[in-house]
Write a protein that binds this ligand. Sequence first.
Ligand code: SAM
Length: 286
Amino acid sequence: MNYQQTELQPGLYLVATPIGHARDITLRALDVLAAADILAAEDTRTLQKLLQIHGIPREGRALVAYHDHSSDAAVQRLAGEIRQGRSVAYTSEAGSPLISDPGYRLVAELAREGLPVTVIPGPSAAVAALSLAGLPTDRFLFLGFPPAKAAARLSWLADQAHSGATQVIYESPRRIGELLEALCETHGPGRPAALCRELTKTYETVLRGTVSELAEMLRETPARGECVLVVAGTEAPEAGEEDVETALVNAMERLSMKDAVKEVAESLGMPRKTVYQMALSLRQED
Ligand code: SAM
């Protein structure tokens, strides 16, 4: 038996669960899942499977579904159980609850009512990817999922292009190629990044390179499985306007405007869009 019999105080217990490897779960998480009066889960089947793997009996305990589309009545039902002295363990489908996963409304409401909430920390794909990426981790920015539509995604990324913090992005394998192409525009093709796939699973892989190199790799072999993209922050100081203009004037003497923009953006690590706009103004001035 991997868990200990424990008595739980009334309250909500946010329990982190594995992001792939079923044994990536803490002993305390198992204790809480074994002891809670009520089991609440984003996906009740996933939780049942986890209980089975770790030999934790359900023993007639209520197993209720909760996600962010659940009604206010569902939040109030759980709050009511806690008020009556019961303990509720909550798990999201994988990893840490509330991290691009449901639970926010529930925690906010319980906190507002002064009811006890605690966390049983554990895996999260964002932190696992940061550990593996080989990019600076002194400052990082968790961005979650980008907007699905191209224009909204570009402006969402552009807002972060000049941040010095390493950026962590969740994306589905279907859109990760488009995300990398968009990053070439907003962050510049030379920005270092790491694509972390299937973390803790059999086919865990990390592809490291610039965003344009990663985009190229995916054009050849599209990504499969769950993905986290980690993108380096910008290295201060960026090239000044005059440096960019000088580089552009030189490059445009040798190359077409399109190729000059590409060369300058890559060599100065700047967004292609910004360099393109400067090239247009230079041409107009001529
Ligand atoms: N709550 C989870 C956490 O703590 O990481 C995140 C849930 S979010 C709905 C699911 C996304 O997390 C996936 O689309 C993927 O971007 C990322 N993810 C989850 N598990 C992963 C894994 N094993 N490898 C890579 N990315 C993963």
